[in-house]
Design a protein. Sequence first.
Length: 336
Amino acid sequence: MSVKMPFRWKHAGKTAGRITPIVFVLFGTAALYYSTIEPDGLRLALTLLFPLLVVCAYRLPNSLARRTGVGVLCAALSLWYVTDPPRNDREWQGEYAIPADVVMDGGFAHIHHVRNFIYRTTQDYTPRYYDATYNLNDLSSVDLVTSYWAGNAIAHVFLSFGFRDGRHVAISIETRRQKKFQYSTIAGFFHHYETFYVTADERDLIGVRTDVRHERVYLYRLNLSAPARRRLFESYLREIHTLVHHPAWYNTLTDNCTTGILTRAQARLRYRLDWRVLLSGYTASLAYDLGLLDTQLPFPELKKQSRIHRPLNAYPDADYSDAIRRSLPRNDRSVD
């Protein structure tokens, strides 16, 4: 006895059959176009050739040949994509040319190449680095920084770690960009950027945003116990050292500036899937709902008071870290 398939299932199957090859072609073409295949002529040639081969496969004379042709192309693309290696030896833009590295010595972290550029404009700067040693027992604060350059939905999010001697080291998870490519949000969904942990003085990492780019920047003190602060900082330090020897791909959707923080904090999966992780401009409100910020004020008021305001024509000087915090809400709920 034959069983007829419900009409809606047949319709759904036909729709999926039409959409799948389109998605396959779009993904494969974009993956090749935004790849790091060299030389550029080969990359562009493969970008044009791939959709043509898929079309040719679908025009083969019988269904077996069509399935075989498409299957071979799918397997070849998948094999290339999963084995495409990230690298540390490309010609990088100046901000990403020299990665930090960390040597742990008991309760001390020796960080090499802490970035501290002098910016005149976003494109005109003097590269500077220094080495610093931090006593992990003196870690006294962790601040969440959100920086907006357009609208409220998307922001760059990173952390700054403060010590009892007044020093701060800011760490930002970013795309490591090559000189020859312009920045592209779409490219971040494919194997185009390696992951880079910018490890910098606040005068560099926050100062360029407040005083040079003139972005809207907010700084929130996180409510973390001393052991939690140390675990988080050590997690960052281990990853910084790992990336020097084992580079990794950045991904706008799955491995970005916000998901990286949650990974380092060992957050539960349900928090990593929160919509405010993708729309990073709302990350601070997620932290507020999780009780990681000062909840004595309603969040809109806390956000208003947490914005960094700088005088006209201000420039990050030696007093920058203290200056940006003078007008911000004090949060004394961190547990030591």
